[in-house]
Design a protein around this ligand. Structure first.
Ligand SMILES: [Zn+2]
Length: 260
């Protein structure tokens, strides 16, 4: 009887210890996710070594500098088949410590080569990540879409300083947010109002510009910037890390296409 009790006690002890171990290891993973930044020892130059399972050291990374005279005009490229509805709701906004991110409910999508890419979230970089003929814009909006198999398609909209943007007034009315803070929004937002009038674009295949730097991302960068006011740029600037952009990555033979 005593032996049985001892065995039972030992079993419980083993289970408790293994649970404890699992807890610590999941904590470590969370810590690793927070490890990268935009400066110093955890800055972009160290992402590949910090994020061991990432593709940050890959050959086909983003962003790049788009040299327009080297981009090939492709008359087959149609304007993007964008389906943004005025009724689609923004679920929430988060200051994730790297950017300000607005998460969208299902509803907006882009059809590309007979596949549907659903809009997931939009976020900002200050200054822009891609440059066009060496020009870096004060701000860029990245609109991140994914298909059912988890492949990414990202639209980039450059913003220059000028006239106040009404859609930005709405987006920024939910700010400021502390680092890590999430705010529920649950209100419709018509993303069409954030698009430039001219829908011409550059296109190439690259990567996510933050760890895990996943490759195979279809990039569409609108040629024409939208306009937002200096004050509107500054609101985002004060809430995001200084210069939250990754520097130019080598093209390594990739071709850039553009609409006429
Ligand atoms: Zn981005």
């Amino acid at each position: 009887m005593r032996l049985k009790n001892n065995i039972q006690f030992l079993l419980i002890l083993v289970i408790l210890i293994s649970c404890q171990k699992k807890k610590t290891s999941s904590k470590n993973t969370n810590k690793e996710e927070e490890a990268w930044s935009y400066s110093g020892e955890s800055g972009p130059e160290h992402w590949a070594e910090l994020e061991k399972n990432s593709e940050c050291g890959g050959k086909f990374q983003s962003p790049i500098n788009i040299i327009s005279i080297n981009a090939k005009i492709d008359s087959q490229l149609n304007s993007l088949d964008i389906h943004y509805e005025k009724s689609t709701k923004i679920h929430s906004v988060k200051n994730n410590g790297h950017s300000i991110q607005y998460n969208f409910e299902k509803g907006d999508y882009i059809n590309y080569k007979n596949e549907r890419f659903n809009l997931k979230q939009i976020h900002f970089h200050e200054s822009s990540e891609h440059t066009i003929d060496g020009v870096r814009y004060p701000l860029v909006i990245h609109m991140v879409h994914a298909n059912s198999t988890g492949e990414y398609l990202v639209l980039a909209i450059m913003a220059k300083e000028g006239k106040t943007s009404i859609p930005f007034e709405f987006l920024e009315s939910f700010l400021p947010l502390e680092k890590g803070e999430v705010k529920k929004i649950n209100k419709p937002f018509n993303l069409n109002h954030n698009l430039p009038l001219n829908r011409g674009y550059y296109s190439y295949t690259g990567s996510l510009t933050t760890p895990p730097c996943t490759e195979g991302v279809k990039w569409f960068i609108f040629k024409e910037p939208i306009t937002i006011s200096v004050e509107q740029v500054n609101i985002l600037k004060t809430l995001m890390p200084v210069n939250n952009y990754r520097k130019e990555q080598p093209l390594n033979g990739r071709k850039i296409q553009m609409t006429e």
